[in-house]
Design a protein around this ligand. Structure first.
Ligand code: COA
Length: 700
């Protein structure tokens, strides 16, 4: 396993082990001793002979062997010297606890670069600096100052915040939640979040990868590798902080609606990562993944001793669009034979308020045997005669005898259920303090199952004319112009299979009238000048012209007024264009995130998109299913599809437009932002028209 020496070293040196209680170097040494670490412990401190009964060494060289892991807890300016000693003695794994590096500014950054340089030359891997350390309960390794060694478990945790990790540890210890490994990654000078996630993915003791992140070092590598890992193990992440994408001034609608939050949502969605909003939520979910099998489907059965709790759970099942298990006749017969006459034998199965452990045991056993049940949720409220602890034991017993379906518990109450909760947790039954949380955990398990079993992603490649686009973009970049003009944007769109409105340039009013007659009315006139990008602002767009006279009048007016307003603009004529109408206006867009690449956007409302904000985003390149999903996830999708007798538009052509755009922006990283707006779509069988586009490019 990668990072092995960090997780199971045979000897550990603590450089900066202090004599004084409360100091970091002391607490690390004490944590190592208290955890019962069985390998060699070498405290390094030139100012004392022993600490806590352990012989001290003045420096690493005096140890006489290379400890497999070195923990550094000396002031920042001393760290390079200690790193050189590590290089000299041949230690390859170092945890640097010390702060005062890149998080404090320029000097700190330079110091950090120095230690990275030493590490690279000597092939040393570093966790940190500015971190809390590493904890591996199974190896009795507590190389940290985070607190007591937690229980052994199957959750692998990584945290970019050391302080938060300490809080997580405390909470986990209070709730008997166990871990396989805990890693505080600090400044990620060398080992980063992906390295740890990969190590946990390959670790046989880890079933669930959980963590807290503030940033991601390499966006593309993270997306592709996390996606692969998610197929094998669930990844549950809390994410705080943003990227610079949100701060960048946007010139397109897509750019102004996209931001770092959107980018992370897209990345998590693509990579199958389950996003958590709080530590509690993360542990609610992690408990289930760590201790229970994944369900085979979404059919939930509920067992309860309280009608009200059963109804609340059933409501939550419905709200989360989960299935409600229909018990077989055989199961109902079995239940009827043993349960009191007043019991409700149908899901939610109400075994009544006076139910003792035997009734729970019997009902759970029978329901787990029912082929129509995928997941069982066991509810309990503590009545006078209820024996929560005995019931918890019964649930643990039956669930371990029939381990193929997930069993979750929701014991409601506080003092009366406290012992039962401990029994459930120890018995690997996830326990929740509300029906809503229990059911939303089931939903998350089911969504993960669906993600994992989705069809393989296949990105369709359309035949396109790449050369044409290359030429246009190069021309603009050579001139140092970022915004592509309308005619050239059309050329780009057409090269990628979009249909744009027909039209040509007229230089006289008569010519304009002739072109209009050939195209058919209504007609749009647009002023044609490389210097005028925002045509409407100068009266350079005239819509809905219905006759040759209206066209010549509008032409003359434009050619009279605009040169006065913009005397320096080189006016080449007027574009006479077919007017598209009758369809619905949508927007297809892209904004390039600096870390994760192109984010595709679909939005309703064309020019009203920023007001309506009915948009969805997805990471490019898009598959057909993903493009379709982008439409489905907007509020107005049903309207688009057609409802109550109203004819809908051709959904597939919009999805295809998104895929074509995704191909374009994937093949041309120079395109930074792009809107096709409006994209006018009509009923099935009609061709959508890309009426206007805004494309901005940058030299890369
Ligand atoms: N080799 C070995 N031991 C050395 C040494 C060296 N080169 N130089 C000093 N020491 C000893 C000192 O004698 C001292 O021991 P003592 O207390 O018994 O005298 C001990 O190492 C610590 O050195 P000291 O100078 O007292 O430093 P400190 O304990 O005040 O601070 C850090 C050191 C690393 C704790 C501090 O710089 C720091 O970074 N604190 C923040 C840590 C943190 O929050 N990390 C992130 C968590 S998320």
């Amino acid at each position: 396993m990668a990072l092995e020496k960090f997780f199971s070293p045979n000897s550990v040196a603590i450089v900066g082990a202090s004599r004084k209680k409360g100091k970091v170097g002391y607490e690390i040494l004490k944590s190592m001793i208290d955890a019962g670490y069985e390998g060699g412990i070498f405290p390094i401190n030139p100012n004392t002979e022993t600490i806590e009964g352990h012989k001290c060494y003045p420096d690493l060289e005096s140890v006489g062997q290379a400890p497999e892991l070195v923990i550094i807890s000396v002031p920042a300016t001393t760290v390079p010297t200690v790193m050189q000693q590590c290089a000299k003695i041949g230690t390859k794994s170092v945890i640097i606890i010390t702060s005062g590096f890149k998080e404090v500014g320029k000097e700190g950054r330079e110091l950090e670069q120095r230690i990275v340089q030493i590490a690279k030359q000597a092939h040393i891997r570093i966790i940190g600096p500015n971190c809390l350390g590493v904890i591996v309960p199974a190896n009795k390794l507590n190389a940290s100052f985070g607190g007591e060694l937690p229980e052994k478990g199957t959750i692998g945790y990584l945290s970019q915040s050391g302080a938060l990790l300490a809080a997580i540890l405390d909470m986990a210890n209070a709730n008997s939640i166990g871990f396989s490994k805990l890693v505080s990654i600090g400044n990620k000078a060398d080992i980063n979040e992906l390295d740890v996630i990969k190590a946990l993915a390959g670790d046989t003791e880890t079933r669930v990868i959980a963590g807290y992140l503030e940033s991601i070092v390499d966006g593309n590598a993270f997306v592709s590798q996390a996606e692969q890992i998610s197929y094998r193990k669930p990844i549950l992440l809390m994410k705080a902080g943003g990227t610079s994408a949100g701060a960048k001034a946007a010139s397109s609608h897509t750019g102004s609606l996209a931001g770092s939050e959107v980018a992370y949502e897209c990345v998590f969605e693509r990579a199958g990562i389950i996003r958590c909003d709080s530590i509690k939520q993360q542990f609610d979910y992690a408990q289930a993944f760590a201790n229970q099998p994944l369900p085979k489907g979404s059919k939930v059965a509920i067992i309860t001793n309280a009608g009200g709790a059963g109804i609340m759970a059933a409501d939550a099942v419905e709200q989360h669009n989960l299935g409600f298990a229909k018990l077989s006749d055989e199961t109902i017969k079995k239940l009827a034979a043993e349960l009191p006459a007043a019991a409700n034998l149908y899901n939610p199965v109400d075994i009544l308020g006076d139910a003792l452990a035997d009734r729970y045991e019997f009902a759970l056993d029978a329901i787990l045997d029912d082929a129509g049940v995928d997941i069982v949720l066991v509810l309990l409220t503590p009545q006078a005669m209820t024996q929560p602890a005995a019931i918890a034991e019964a649930i643990v017993k039956i669930a371990s005898q029939k381990p193929t379906k997930p069993v979750l518990a929701c014991f409601l109450g506080a003092g009366k259920i406290a012992d039962a909760v401990k029994i459930l947790r120890r018995g690997k039954i996830p326990q929740y303090d509300s029906t809503e949380v229990a059911v939303s955990t089931i939903k998350v398990m089911f969504d993960y199952l669906r993600w994992r079993t989705r069809p393989k992603r296949v990105v369709k490649l359309f035949p396109v004319n790449r050369r044409k686009v290359e030429n246009v973009i190069e021309r603009y970049l050579r001139r140092g112009v970022r915004e592509i003009g309308e005619e050239d944007s059309k050329e780009i769109l057409e090269a990628y299979g979009f249909v744009t409105p027909k039209g040509s340039i007229a230089t006289t009013a008569q010519q304009a009238a002739n072109i209009a007659q050939q195209l058919g009315f209504p007609i749009v006139l647009k002023i044609w000048s490389p210097e005028i990008l925002h045509k409407s602002d100068v009266g350079g767009v005239k819509l809905g012209l219905n006759s040759a006279v209206e066209v010549t009048d509008a032409f003359d007016l434009m050619m009279y007024r605009i040169p006065k307003q913009m005397p320096d603009a080189d006016i080449l004529g007027v574009l006479v264009q077919q007017m598209c109408g009758g369809g619905k206006e949508v927007i297809l867009g892209m904004n390039r995130d600096p870390h994760f690449g192109p984010l595709m956007m679909f939005g309703m409302g064309g020019t009203m998109v920023e007001v309506l904000k009915d948009v969805s985003f997805y990471l490019a390149p898009l598959t057909a299913e993903e493009a379709k999903q982008m439409l489905i996830s907007t509020r107005t999708y049903r309207m688009l599809k057609g409802e109550r007798g109203e004819e809908g538009v051709d959904i597939d052509t919009i999805a295809e437009g998104l895929q074509r755009l995704s191909q374009l922006v994937t093949e041309f990283p120079q395109i930074q932002e792009m809107d096709i707006n409006p994209y006018v779509v009509g009923p099935a069988g009609t061709t959508p028209i890309a009426v206007d586009a805004r494309i901005s490019v940058e030299q890369i």
